[in-house]
Design a protein around this ligand. Structure first.
Ligand code: NAD
Length: 481
């Protein structure tokens, strides 16, 4: 491998996985380059886990399971607090690698790391309030951990997903093998260091960095894995559901989205357009909950276009470490190319670019920065209105009345999240007709106790609060004579 000058960051060579409480050398010898997406600079490489590494991690989780499952709620709460403290102690490193490896803008990476800490605290609070046994007539119905859980996560906020899923699984009494995205090796290693410092019993948390086709496949087919919690794309979610069925693993799938932001005719237009741009460009548009379709009354199209053009400049594209930056680079060159191909597809299908377009913004040619692009004159059946792009591309669609707005909002294969803006009673009526796991009316959906998850091809199951912990529990009924 060619090692280049790495600027202010030293080259990182990651050659271990975190298995059974230790950093152990990778059996897998396939290496993956780690590139800073903001500069194109090579900043490290990591050895990817193969099936053997993954089996070792599964074995460690299996061995640790009986003891961990037998811990009291109080003991698990104590360990969860230790994890929260360890995340806090590694806050700066976790933030820094998220910006360097992923290109997350500074404010967002700070929020992600704090939220990662809070997931552990919250899971501890929730199990403190949950009942793990109830009497049903003569039977005792116990809630017992399902077993070893494989947690497979995406790249768009690695620490957040790793913490959110492991907090719920550990709180329920499961042991875990985490397989973060291959695009998050540095972030995952920083996370593993924090986990190591937290001092949990060996084997309770294992982390392997690998590809879906090797490590991922082993996790989804191995008979000693009882549960898979996956967050990622809908096509991969389908592969995982197929692989899991032979050993009847329990499966939670958090998949893609194409969230509509519906601006009603009685909304305050200026505020509504600002909100729409915010929920679209959050996390540089690389978010499953991104408001990637903007639905507006046909009669307001010219006003909305003017407002978008007025406001788009406030969402500065730039280097992610710059505190003024709102939109950073795309995670990889391949993802940048994918976003560009959708911009071309929109033009080929006959939509009009209001702002943005193909290529990189001026002065940011070295990184994978896309230009925030807004399409108008689009139809709901176009690919840019149906498919998840996962980048800063917004499709504006017009409707004539509320029924048509609801039809368009519900007219994709997805149903993860939606936003409705308007007079509160009216907006709530429309919200109740939208088929999505979460609908936010005139606000951001910030509550992490309330369930999160998708309808239709946005997924199966729910996360957050006790709903998330429920996904790692089975009912076991004991009849006594
Ligand atoms: P992805 O589906 O490509 O990969 C997700 C994870 O699955 C990675 O760890 C990857 O290595 C692994 N994987 C890939 N193939 C696999 C296989 N055959 N078996 C087992 N594991 C496999 O997704 P991504 O590109 O990392 O993330 C972006 C996608 O994630 C988007 O579609 C986005 O909507 C979705 N997402 C959903 C949510 C949600 O909560 N619903 C949140 C964030 C991201």
């Amino acid at each position: 491998m060619v090692i280049q000058e790495a600027g202010k960051h030293d080259m990182e060579h990651i050659t271990t996985h975190y298995i059974n409480g230790k950093f152990v050398p990778s059996h897998g010898q396939r290496a993956m380059d780690i590139v800073n997406p903001a500069t194109g600079e090579l900043i490290g490489d990591g050895l990817l886990a193969d099936a053997e590494d993954t089996r070792a991690a599964i074995g460690a989780a299996r061995n640790a399971f009986d003891q961990w499952a037998a811990t009291s709620v109080e003991e698990r709460r104590r360990y969860l607090r230790q994890l929260a403290d360890a995340i806090d102690a590694h806050r700066d490193e976790l933030r820094d690698v998220m910006t360097t490896e992923y290109g997350a803008v500074a404010a967002f990476s700070g929020q992600v790391v704090d939220a990662a800490r809070d997931w552990y605290l919250q899971a501890g609070d929730v199990i403190g309030r949950m009942e793990f046994s109830e009497q049903v007539n003569a039977a005792e119905v116990r809630r017992v951990p399902v077993g070893v859980a494989a947690l497979i996560t995406p790249w768009n906020g690695s620490a957040w997903f790793m913490a959110m899923k492991s907090a719920a699984a550990l709180a329920a009494g499961c042991t875990v093998v985490m397989k973060p995205s291959e695009n998050s090796i540095l972030q995952s290693r920083a996370f593993a260091k924090a986990v190591d410092d937290a001092g949990l019993p060996p084997g309770v948390i294992n982390i392997v960095y690998g590809l879906g086709e090797d490590a991922g496949r082993e996790l989804t087919t191995h008979p000693d894995v009882d549960k898979i919690s996956f967050t990622g794309s809908t096509p991969v979610g389908k592969i995982i559901a197929h692989s899991a069925v032979d050993t009847m693993k329990r499966v939670t799938l958090e998949l893609g989205g194409k969230a509509p932001t519906v601006i009603l005719d009685d909304a305050k237009l200026d505020d509504a357009v600002h909100f729409a741009l915010l929920v679209w460009l959050f996390n540089s548009g690389q978010s499953c909950t991104s408001g990637a379709r903007l639905l507006i009354p046909e009669s307001r199209v010219e006003d909305v276009k003017t407002l978008i053009l007025d406001k788009i400049g406030q969402f500065k594209v730039g280097p992610p470490h710059d505190p003024e930056t709102m939109v950073g680079p795309m995670v990889t060159q391949a993802h940048f190319d994918r976003v560009q191909s959708y911009i071309r597809a929109g033009v080929e299908e006959g939509a009009t670019i209001l702002t943005g377009g193909e290529g990189r913004p001026e002065g940011l040619e070295a990184g994978t920065f896309a230009r925030p692009t807004v399409f108008v004159n689009a139809r709901p059946d176009m690919r840019i209105a149906q498919e998840e792009i996962f980048g800063p591309v917004l499709t504006v669609l017009t409707y004539r009345d509320d029924d048509e707005a609801v039809r368009i909002a519900n007219g994709t294969d997805y149903g993860l999240q939606a936003y409705v803006l308007g007079e509160p009673h009216h907006a709530r009526r429309i919200a109740s007709r939208i088929r999505a796991g979460r609908v936010a009316v005139n606000t951001l959906p910030a509550d992490s106790d309330a369930p999160f998850g998708g309808f239709k091809q946005s997924g199966v199951g729910r996360e957050f609060g006790h709903y998330g912990i429920d996904e790692y529990l089975e009912y076991a009924t004991v009849f006594s004579g």
